[in-house]
Design a protein around this ligand. Structure first.
Ligand SMILES: C[S@@+](CC[C@H](N)C(=O)[O-])C[C@H]1O[C@@H](n2cnc3c(N)ncnc32)[C@H](O)[C@@H]1O
Length: 276
């Protein structure tokens, strides 16, 4: 057992050892899993790993470790959704019987795959990614995972693509085909936090009535909630614009909620918006 006094956090290193930090920020010599003993499970990282293992849905999660390894080898940042949030997206899309999904921010396609898993084979998933390198790894992952329906990755700056008057996002999907309810059933927003308000506006245009928009990283260690006039970063400015808009709307256009989470990374959470 490890002396727990003053130790605030434990995280797994890539080699399986466990790093632990003290309250004063000192990083103590890494421990083996055996040395860390049970204590590692009494942490956010340990609990996240436990839940991911217990709740995995093999039909969707098989191959995701290799997909993440491909992203790691390519030097991509480790900022994909954790398994629990990925699976929540699957459940949400499945429970809505979603057929058309929009994602903003693909990275290596991990969240895209969780969403695709919920769709019928003839469903549609459009994902937008600014980085051609990220899009390339995502494409390799979709092929390796046999992601179905196969996602269409749109490479470019999200707002430019979404606002192109001649582009694929000009109208909600199904408009030209004359569908009675054109629009995406679900949108998942996980790209440039500064632009969340603008993504919100575009999603409101593209999502059908009764559709849902999920915004990842919508809490930012609580910095969204500091008093007006406090200096905040541009991420929070974008998010606060969205929360201000929803407040003014007062339930006329959308119903919204936001859930704070403690994952293995930090204190954050997601916002969820239902279009009336
Ligand atoms: C947090 S990661 C997405 C993670 C992914 N949704 C997942 O959970 O597997 C954010 C991604 O958005 C992309 N991105 C950032 N700004 C963007 C923009 N303006 N337009 C499109 N993509 C952008 C980044 O290159 C990065 O790959």
């Amino acid at each position: 057992m490890v002396e727990g006094r003053g130790v605030t956090s434990y995280t797994y290193n890539k080699d399986g050892s466990v790093a632990h930090k003290t309250t004063d920020g000192r990083l103590i010599v890494p421990l083996t899993k055996e040395e860390a003993g049970d204590q590692v499970w009494l942490t956010r990282a340990g609990t996240e790993a436990y839940l991911a293992r217990k709740l995995a849905n093999p039909e969707c999660t098989t191959g995701l470790d290799a997909a993440q390894a491909r992203a790691d080898e390519a030097g991509m940042p480790a900022i994909a959704v954790p398994e629990t949030l990925g699976q929540m997206l699957t459940i949400l899309a499945k429970s809505m019987r979603a057929q058309r999904v929009l994602e903003i921010g693909t990275l290596a396609g991990i969240s895209t795959h969780y969403l695709a898993c919920a769709l019928p084979a003839d469903g549609q998933i459009d994902t937008i990614e600014a980085s051609p390198e990220h899009a390339k790894i995502a494409q390799a992952n979709f092929l390796a995972l046999d992601t179905c329906p196969f996602p269409t990755t749109h490479v470019g700056q999200a707002l430019k693509l979404l606002r192109d008057p001649n582009g694929v996002f000009k109208d909600p999907p199904g408009t030209i085909e004359g569908l009675p309810e054109p629009g995406y059933d679900l949108a998942f927003v996980d790209a440039n936090k500064d632009e969340y308000f603008e993504y919100f506006t575009e999603c409101l245009r593209l999502v059908r009535k009764g559709g849902v928009i999920v915004f990842d990283n919508a809490i930012r260690n609580g910095r969204i909630a500091v008093p007006d006039g406090t200096k905040i970063d541009s991420d929070c400015v974008g998010l606060r614009k969205m929360y201000d808009w929803i407040e003014k709307d007062a339930g006329k256009t959308v119903i919204a909620s936001a859930i704070q989470t403690v994952g293995d990374k930090s204190w954050d959470g997601f916002a969820i918006v239902y279009k009336l």
